[in-house]
Ligand binder design. Structure first.
Ligand code: ZN
Length: 341
């Protein structure tokens, strides 16, 4: 397996995480990527640095206002004086009849869905590196590889075209899918993270050329709460090209894999030229943010099943937090995937 990785991820080191009204240390730590990197290194996977692809891939998904905000935000926040060590929005618009503000505090509220995406001095650089990792993974597939793993951090699937949220800033999987569209009329994204891929859904909601499918804990009870329901099927030209499979809290391997078969039926009917897997490992039974109960051997079953779709496949790292088994779960998935090829 070719693995794309950038040490630039470590420039994003979030501290703040608000849990039930209490500030806690963020779960989205650089150590996550370091452990996953160590695991693929120990497997003997071929490690590649991201190609310098410039701003094009991220600009193909994200709006100019949002990218400008991410780039300028830290300096503008510091210039306020008496500002905290990370940008955390404290005001949000009801977007329907709102106007775009000039002040950095207002722009933060416009572009940040929640308090789980604090921006520090190295956040933009790290997010751009993660986007490049994903785009480079897509380039490997375009060059003829049947599979590759983009070890992205920070993750991306909660990021909309113009909004950060849930540890995510740039939508790595969406960026990769858009790159793959250069060679394929249709691309599918399968999101197996425990959280609904709301940003990815939002990016492609009105498009028929990128199918978005997500298996996740029922959002009536779990983040991102407002999106991820079965009734969200796409809109306009995209109607019918978004599938949500919410699962009850505590769902284990067998029932999860039944839902995966339902996802596969939709993907096969769509007949994509390539598949992007938004590979969260936080559906693990022991994950700090757990809601589902996938076991370590369960990840091998999931990987094997996805491989048997027989599609050129880019694996894009999403969530999965600092449980002792984090790296074991990645290795289990990869071994299952390779065994299914
Ligand atoms: Zn997640």
């Amino acid at each position: 397996m070719k693995v794309v990785f950038s040490p630039e991820h470590a420039r994003h080191e979030p501290q703040f995480f608000l849990v039930r009204g209490q500030p806690k240390p963020s779960a989205e730590q650089p150590e996550r990527a370091e452990r996953l990197h160590a695991a693929v290194s120990a497997r003997g996977d071929q490690l590649l640095a991201p190609a310098g692809l410039g701003p094009g891939p991220r600009a193909a998904i994200h709006t100019p206002d949002y990218l400008r905000f991410l780039e300028e935000a830290w300096d503008a926040w510091q210039a306020l004086g008496d500002s905290g060590g990370e940008i955390i929005a404290n005001v949000h618009p009801a977007r329907g009849h709102a106007s775009y503000p000039r002040a950095i505090v207002g722009r933060a509220g416009w572009h940040m869905a929640d308090t789980a995406c604090p921006i520090g001095p190295g956040t933009f650089a790290a997010a751009c590196a993660a986007a490049d990792v994903a785009a480079t993974g897509a380039e490997l597939l375009l060059d003829g590889e049947r599979q590759a793993y983009a070890l992205c951090r920070p993750p991306g699937h909660h990021a909309y075209a113009d909004m950060a949220g849930g540890f995510c800033f740039l939508n790595n999987a969406a960026i990769a899918a858009q790159q793959l569209r250069r060679a394929h009329q249709r691309v599918a994204i399968l999101d197996v993270d425990v959280h609904h891929g709301n940003g990815t859904q939002g990016v492609f909601y009105e498009r028929a050329d990128v199918l978005t499918v997500s298996l996740h804990a029922d959002p009536r009870d779990f983040y991102p709460f407002f999106w991820g329901h079965e009734s969200e099927r796409g809109a306009g030209a995209g109607l019918g090209y978004n599938l949500n499979l919410p699962l009850p809290i505590g769902t284990g391997d067998d029932d999860w894999l039944v839902a995966l078969e339902q996802a596969f039926a939709t993907i096969r009917a769509f007949a994509p030229g390539a598949l992007v897997v938004a590979l969260g490992l936080d559906a693990f039974e022991g994950d700090p943010l757990k809601a589902l109960a996938i076991t370590t051997p369960g990840f091998a079953r999931i990987g094997g099943a996805i491989a048997r779709l027989g599609l050129p496949t880019l694996l894009v790292q999403e969530g999965g937090y600092l449980a002792p088994e984090l790296a074991d779960n990645l290795v289990s998935f990869l071994e299952g995937f390779e065994g299914g090829r």
